[in-house]
Design a protein around this ligand. Structure first.
Ligand code: B3K
Ligand code: ZN
Length: 873
């Protein structure tokens, strides 16, 4: 397979101004008529041949200005079509025949439970017709869709419907026109027997927008939350970024078979059903929140991605990093900012840091790839969002807004680079971000080491920060980065001290963002009356690792006094990590530091505390995070130490847990408000802990909750607690009852699968194998694969990393089977094996053997080849 490099980027030799498409959809195949108005790019070297991309297409016709091309005038190559001689401007006609009904890759045009739909990002359009499939070709699209009227009454594409009518043989057509030039990755088509839910939105300038959501009839009652979320997102984008929607119609479609969460096609967003459909009795709080965030994310792309798009796929973070930043600001404004920050930092520190220190590590703007689908990563998305967030922190709210206004204005209708984005921020604010650009270029997580010194006589407190970025594949030497490092100093009585960087300064702030730019830098604070406890990297102001020798007492102090909610939580996490790590390899009877027990007792009992924060603080650091923190991970030892801590805490805090459960067992109508969500989270955590120690009373409470729950959060919470408990009979009874009740709802069945596949109870693998034989399991449906295989390998670490390596063999076998049907999904599943070098020997050898077994297969897809090959290098 060929590697593509950023440094080889060249402007396209030909531009496409207008595309006229006609789709004839039939059960046995689809005929696509594509007529492109093409002209030579004045900025490109003249005399180049015309090259179009195409995969899996049967070419039925090729014309230039209406006249058929002789076979000697063109060449069909492995990845496309080449015409040596063309004039400066012409119309190229292409007719192709494709088989959507056999498309299991779910890229291009395919069928999902009886409906036609598309997924073109990143390189799916080439599976539909021959076209220069690159994002810097922006064209106006007109699309006519023809199909059987009874089977496919709804026919959709981007833009506005400008014509419709009946045809012979019970067929009909609808023509769509999108007035905005767009890259072909934003093209979409949907045809099916769908119900339409309508709503309206009045924009800030007074325009009326038609909101339409299309779902299969059985899902008609699950649309309200997505439509409400959409309206909130539209309003928010106007208020915070001044961005108004630009078409008259905005459509959302739900499909069951989808490789990822959703897709921002212009005016026609297509969603994975599990990321858009919700009702109180079928979706958990987490699902409600995820849906709100994803609906907003896709909507925000209309400006950050569609109006201003990427020049090439190396610039993916231009749209994804910025849009994730925008959706995280939105979620933060809709709920609890501290909780949102904790969730984002947890994902980053657990999974993105792991990616950044593994064999697939790459910069936010990668320099090369074999298969671009492998670069829709936590680094491009989540670290990319952190990079934008740091610009926001450095510039401040007002200048950041000026920068985003300038960016949208300057580049509207263009395909640009991450550098153009940074330049707009610089030009609008007058700040120099040249060193900051390293965040886009250097892979790896910077480590900041902190030492301090308090001088009682001089009343100064000195913080010394030093940074280094570890080497990553292809980048051995790194330069220091520009790190916004927010700090506070907390005095003996728990209050924030003024932070004076000059002696005698008045009105000093109690929160400061230090700018670390050198390899080592010292900051002296004056008039510090007492030895403070430092609160470092407040709000997780940069995606870095901080090392400072906190004592357990200092952490306890921060847990109850830090005015920064994020750092309060973080102190608790650090303390718990320290306690768990100190129990690694220790005998069973080793007791937990009583200070941790006391701290948790206080959290459970103090009713004045912010419930949402308490709910988060009660979660012990995950096994995945503990693995990420170890140099050489011994998964079974980590699992056992963490379980022992959990057991002891639960045993010692039974009364408090029970009281907490009862106190938060509110009834009443389901509402996904932050306060109600926090209550349910607290209650279900308490229940899980109590069942963990096989508490009989808790068993009865769980059964009762399971039977009488009025919402899916409580229902699934009770089920999960029972499934993870030792109450064998209750467990299988609850599982059966749950399935019985929800068997016709795919989203709930997926939860049912993942609760079982994710259960840490010993010996889960045979049960997981059995799930793959279950009638509801479907190898063609990515959600099912994720909910069984993904949940097992990604969340059930104690069982996946079984010492007999059975988990690795299981995964390798299924990756190989999936590679021929859906390479994108297969490649995603390789991730849990990639960091084999960071594990203890048994694991390491087993993971490596599994990777080698995959590598040995001839004809691997580019997708799987790239991940496996880089992992073994
Ligand atoms: N842009 C899409 C992701 C496409 C992934 C293609 N393999 C969804 C999103 O980030 O909004
Ligand atoms: Zn996105």
């Amino acid at each position: 397979p060929r590697t593509i490099y950023l440094k080889d980027y060249k402007v396209p030799p030909y531009l496409v101004d207008h595309v006229d498409l006609r789709f004839e959809l039939f059960e046995e195949g689809t005929r696509v008529y594509n007529s492109m108005e093409i002209r030579r790019n004045p900025d490109a070297d003249p005399g180049q041949p015309l090259e179009l991309d195409g995969e899996g297409l049967e070419l039925e016709g090729l014309t230039v200005n209406g006249l058929p091309l002789a076979p000697s005038d063109f060449e069909v190559t492995s990845g496309g079509l080449r015409i040596e001689k063309v004039s400066d401007a012409f119309t190229l006609g292409v007719v192709t025949w494709i088989l959507p009904q056999d498309n299991t890759r779910l890229e291009g045009l395919y069928k999902s439970s009886g409906m036609f739909c598309t997924q073109c990002e990143a390189e799916g359009f080439r599976w539909i017709t021959y076209f220069p499939d690159r994002p810097d070709i922006m064209a106006r699209f007109r699309t006519r869709v023809e199909a059987d009227k009874a089977r496919y009454p709804i026919l959709l594409s981007n833009g506005n419907d400008v014509d419709r009518g009946d045809l012979e043989d019970g067929r009909h057509f609808v023509t769509w026109e999108d007035p905005f030039p767009k890259p072909c990755y934003l093209f979409a088509l949907v045809a099916g027997d769908l119900v339409e839910k309508r709503d309206r939105f009045k924009t800030q300038s007074g325009r009326d927008i038609d909101l339409r959501m299309y779902v299969e009839p059985r899902n008609a009652a699950k649309c309200d939350h997505a439509l409400d979320s959409l309206k909130r997102a539209m309003r928010w984008d106007e208020q915070i970024y001044g961005r108004e929607y630009d078409l008259d119609i905005f459509m959302i479609v739900a499909v069951d078979d989808f490789n990822m969460g959703a897709m921002e096609n212009k005016g026609l967003n297509i969603f994975n059903s599990s990321c858009v459909l919700a009702s109180a009795d079928t979706a958990t709080d987490a699902a409600f929140q995820r849906i709100e965030a994803i609906v907003a994310h896709e909507y925000f792309h209309n400006w950050s991605g569609n109006r201003v798009t990427c020049r090439d796929w190396f610039q993916l973070s231009l749209k994804e990093g910025f849009t994730v930043f925008r959706d995280s600001q939105f979620s933060s404004d809709m709920g609890s900012p501290t909780v949102k920050r904790i969730e984002d930092a947890t994902l980053l520190r657990t999974a993105q840091f792991a990616e950044d220190s593994g064999p697939m590590a790459h910069p936010v703007r990668p320099d090369s790839y074999i298969e671009i689908s492998n670069f829709y990563t936590l680094t491009v998305y989540e670290k990319g969002a952190e990079v934008v967030r740091m610009i926001h922190t450095l510039l401040g709210e007002a200048d950041f807004r000026k920068g985003s206004d300038l960016y949208f204005e300057r580049h509207d209708g263009q395909a640009v680079t991450t550098d153009d984005f940074v330049k707009a921020m610089e030009d609008a604010s007058g700040r120099d971000l040249s060193q900051f650009r390293l965040w886009y270029q250097q892979a790896g997580t910077p480590v900041v080491d902190v030492t301090d010194h308090y001088d009682e006589q001089a009343r100064t407190y000195t913080l010394t920060l030093s940074q280094h970025v570890p080497p990553t594949p292809g980048q051995s030497e790194k330069q220091p980065q520009h790190i916004p490092f927010a700090v506070g100093l907390i005095g003996e009585r728990g209050a924030d001290l003024p932070l004076k960087l000059e002696a005698g300064a008045s009105d000093a702030p109690r929160n400061r963002v230090l700018e670390l730019t050198g390899a080592e830098q010292t900051f002296v604070f004056h008039d510090v009356a007492e030895r403070p406890v430092p609160s470092l990297l407040r709000g997780f102001s940069a995606p870095v690792k901080v090392r400072y020798p906190w004592s357990r007492d200092q952490l306890l102090f921060l847990m109850s006094h830090d005015s920064d909610g994020f750092n309060r939580w973080d102190a608790g996490q650090r303390l718990a990590v320290d306690v768990i790590q100190s129990m690694l390899g220790q005998p069973q009877e080793q007791t937990v530091d009583p200070r941790l027990v006391t701290a948790f007792r206080q959290l459970l009992s103090d009713t004045d505390l912010d419930l949402a924060l308490v709910a988060k603080m009660l979660h012990l650091p995950s096994e995945a995070y503990l693995i990420e923190l170890s140099d050489v991970a011994d998964v079974q030892a980590i699992h056992s130490a963490r379980t022992r801590v959990l057991n002891q805490l639960a045993l010692e805090l039974q009364d408090e847990l029970l009281a907490c459960y009862l106190r938060n067992r509110e009834d009443g109508d389901y509402e996904p408000t932050p306060e109600a969500i926090a209550r349910r989270s607290l209650k279900n955590t308490a229940l899980g802990w109590l069942l963990h120690i096989n508490e009989e009373e808790a068993r009865l409470m769980a059964l009762k909750q399971f039977e009488s729950a009025t919402n899916m959060t409580d229902q699934a919470g009770a089920l999960r607690s029972l499934v993870n408990s030792d109450f064998e009979a209750d467990r299988s009874k609850a599982l059966d009852a749950f399935y019985e009740r929800f068997s016709d709802d795919p989203q709930v069945v997926e939860q049912w699968f993942s609760i079982q596949a994710g259960s840490p109870r010993a010996g889960t693998l045979p049960a997981v194998e059995a799930l793959l034989e279950h009638p509801a399991f479907d190898w063609k449906n990515p959600n099912k694969i994720r909910s069984v295989i993904g949940a097992f390998a990604g969340q059930n670490l104690a069982n996946f990393h079984a010492e007999d390596c059975s988990g690795y063999r299981f995964l390798a076998r299924h990756i190989l089977a999936l590679d021929s049907t859906n390479p994108q999904i297969a490649a995603r599943l390789v991730a849990p094996l990639t960091r084999w070098r960071n594990y203890g020997e048994v694991y390491r050898e087993g993971m490596r053997a599994a990777l080698e077994q995959i590598q040995a297969r001839p004809d691997l897809s580019k997708d799987v080849y790239e991940v496996v090959h880089k992992s073994l290098k």
